[in-house]
Design a protein around this ligand. Structure first.
Ligand code: ATP
Ligand code: MG
Length: 177
């Protein structure tokens, strides 16, 4: 007799904390799901659309979908542009989550638009609560609001024990970008 397939329940996962590894852990999860032929996408907030880190290169090579849209990490003079790009990316995130076409949607660096008040925790919760029930959503970033942490199913806080940067070691290719 065949085992009954386990019914999938979409999870909300949060990778937060001050230590290194939030985004890269989300990439690892994407790879794991993709290995099961699940449809996956990473939407990056803040990072510029021209971002060409190792993960963007890898994604192009193997056909993974990563979409970056932002004005970079410096919150410079043109705050309005930062906000607009973040809201555009949020609109795309809602569309992807609600389409039901994806098994796993990663919202990378969603913490920034929340911190700057471009997006509210209620906006995010509204989408998470009303999404198709099988869609897994992963959120990364420092300082995710408590309401989202409360709603999430799995929350990992990566604690910084040490970071090379603090010893004056510059960002290393393949490790930081
Ligand atoms: P990664 O992308 O390496 O998984 P992350 O997503 O946990 O890191 P972010 O807050 O998104 O970290 O910051 C991205 C960049 O900042 C990365 O280059 C990362 O190595 C670096 N970084 C992360 N944590 C620290 C830290 N505690 N001190 C200094 N630099 C850090
Ligand atoms: Mg990150």
């Amino acid at each position: 007799m065949e085992a009954r397939p386990v019914k999938r329940r979409g999870l909300v996962l949060v990778n937060t904390g001050n230590g290194k590894g939030k985004t890269t852990a989300a990439l690892g999860l994407m790879l794991r799901a993709w290995g099961h032929n699940m449809k996956v996408v990473m939407l990056q907030f803040i990072k510029r659309s021209a971002a060409d880190y190792g993960e963007h290169r890898a994604a192009r090579k193997i056909g993974l979908e990563i979409v970056s849209r932002g004005a970079g990490f410096m919150r410079g003079k043109d705050e309005e542009q930062h906000r607009e790009l973040a809201l555009e990316q949020w609109a795309l995130a809602r569309e992807k989550i609600n389409s039901g076409d994806y098994d796993l949607v990663v919202l990378d660096e969603l913490a920034y638009p929340l911190k700057y008040g471009w997006l509210s925790a209620e906006d995010v919760l509204e989408v998470l609560k009303n999404r198709p029930p099988e869609v897994h959503v992963v959120i990364t970033g420092r300082g995710i609001p408590a309401e989202i942490i409360d709603f999430a199913d799995t929350v990992s806080e990566i604690n910084e024990v040490k970071h090379a940067f603090k010893n004056g070691i510059k960002a290393q290719r393949g490790i930081e970008f």
